[in-house]
Design a protein around this ligand. Structure first.
Ligand code: GDP
Ligand code: MN
Length: 420
């Protein structure tokens, strides 16, 4: 079993200490009766102490936060996850790491992928107490969250009727079904909200829902905002790819890309995106746009070029970056639809740069590869791009965006020393 609880470290610590003590005892008493009695006494004492420690830690007296990542695909869920992590820390409740919700073409029900398929669990423990939902259900839930105590939390009523209807629709139903969870009641927590960095919100939650009465807060959706709140962005540092993803990304870079520096680009251009971008003029801060424009549009408003850059913009910016990245020999293209491989290959041919993609596609491996590039160009509006930008920021690696800052501003910025 993986060491999900910090007490497991204590457990391991006591064990080796125990063995060392035993050796000392053995030397001192050389197999006498006295030794056996002392050994027996010591063992009983140790086992009961370990049990107490493990139990105390397992059933976290601060309580637990549970939620369904029921909105959007990976990028949205990752934004929400960071918010939920900050929220749980604020309330001093253990965060139960939910599986990632995925949608397969032609399937009516979502698929739940265990959290640790994509990310390591251990790094989060440096920040806060967490455990996977699979583990929570197998251990803690049996004790503190029996079927008759399962209450769904939501801000106000949703769906048909006047409860949370936490299992109504997809992925709501399939998500909780994965763990055989049904709810017996609903709890509306409004007007409380998730911004624990203001308004003394954590205290308000803990006053209304003290952990000794409400050991589990099970949310119908993520207890977080979208896009991610500024204060929670830096929690991305604890998101580290699992070995499974990491190895595939690493192998691709080593085996498929020529040796040297490479530029990673994200081209978000599928039909759903083309439709979303049509609304950009009415939504000047659409989706992940605040990563470029600021949360109050203090750095401008979203444009169609930012959302769906033209071929000219892509080629021009890519060439500019390639000229500036020392020793650049390759471009890695990640896309949900059109990778523009032949157009880009043609455009950078004279620079002796080759253009690559991952086949078959794998969004998580592609994200991990983009994270490793020498320079990344992403899409301001896309939360998929935002994931890469955050990861790179935590490592101090350079990134830029399509059509941002707008040309006029960047021309000025090039002339003056006031870089934006
Ligand atoms: P957003 O819609 O761009 O904000 O990001 P989301 O992650 O919420 O939804 C987009 C989804 O499209 C992703 O989760 C992926 O499944 C898919 N997708 C988007 N860009 C790429 C890409 O570059 N490569 C692959 N393989 N899939 C992508
Ligand atoms: Mn999306």
């Amino acid at each position: 079993m993986k060491p999900y609880f910090s007490s497991c470290n204590i457990y391991v610590g006591s064990r080796s200490h125990f063995v060392r003590k035993m050796e000392v005892y053995y030397k001192q008493f050389g197999g006498s009766f006295k030794f056996i009695w002392r050994l027996w006494f010591y063992m009983v004492l140790n086992i009961s102490m370990i049990n107490i420690l493990v139990r105390a830690e397992k059933v976290d007296s601060g309580g637990f936060v549970l939620y369904c990542p029921c909105m959007g695909r990976f990028g949205n869920q990752a934004d929400h996850f960071l918010g939920a992590l900050g929220f749980s820390k604020g309330l001093n409740r253990t965060l139960v790491l939910p599986p990632w919700v995925e949608y397969r073409y032609g399937e009516l029900r979502s698929i739940q992928v265990p959290f640790d398929t994509y990310f390591k669990v251990e790094p989060f423990l440096k920040y806060h107490r967490v455990l996977t939902m699979e583990n929570f259900m197998k251990t803690v839930a049996l004790e503190i969250w029996p079927p008759q105590k399962r209450i769904a939390f939501c801000y106000t009523a949703r769906g048909d009727g006047n409860g949370c209807n936490a299992k109504e629709g997809n992925p709501f139903g399939p998500f909780w079904d994965t763990f055989d969870v049904d709810f017996v009641a609903s709890e509306f927590y409004g007007p409380l909200h998730y911004d624990i960095y203001h308004h003394d919100m954590s205290t308000k939650w803990n006053e209304k829902y003290p952990a000794h009465q409400w050991s589990v807060l099970a949310f119908t959706g993520a207890p977080a905002s979208f896009p991610v709140q500024l204060e929670n962005r830096e929690l991305h540092r604890y998101m580290q790819w699992s070995e499974l993803i990491w190895k595939q990304a690493h192998d691709f870079i080593k085996q498929e890309l020529p040796t040297g520096a490479f530029v990673g680009i994200h081209l978000r251009n599928g039909i759903d995106w083309v439709r979303a971008c049509e609304h950009i003029n009415y939504s000047p801060n659409l989706f992940a746009a605040p990563q470029c424009l600021g949360y109050q549009n203090e750095r401008g408003i979203a444009t169609t070029e930012m959302c769906l850059p033209s071929k000219e913009t892509i080629v021009r910016q890519l060439k500019r970056v390639l000229r500036n990245v020392k020793g650049a020999v390759a471009v890695f293209v990640a896309s949900d639809s059109n990778h523009m491989i032949s157009d880009l290959t043609e455009a950078v041919k004279r620079m002796e740069v080759t253009v690559h993609r991952l086949e078959p596609p794998n969004p998580h491996v592609e994200l991990a590869i983009l994270g490793q590039s020498n320079h990344f160009i992403g899409n301001c509006i896309s939360s998929f791009s935002a994931f890469v930008k955050r990861e790179r920021d935590t490592h101090g690696l350079p990134s830029s965006f399509w059509a941002f800052p707008t040309e006029r501003v960047s021309a000025n910025a090039n002339q003056s020393h006031d870089e934006l």
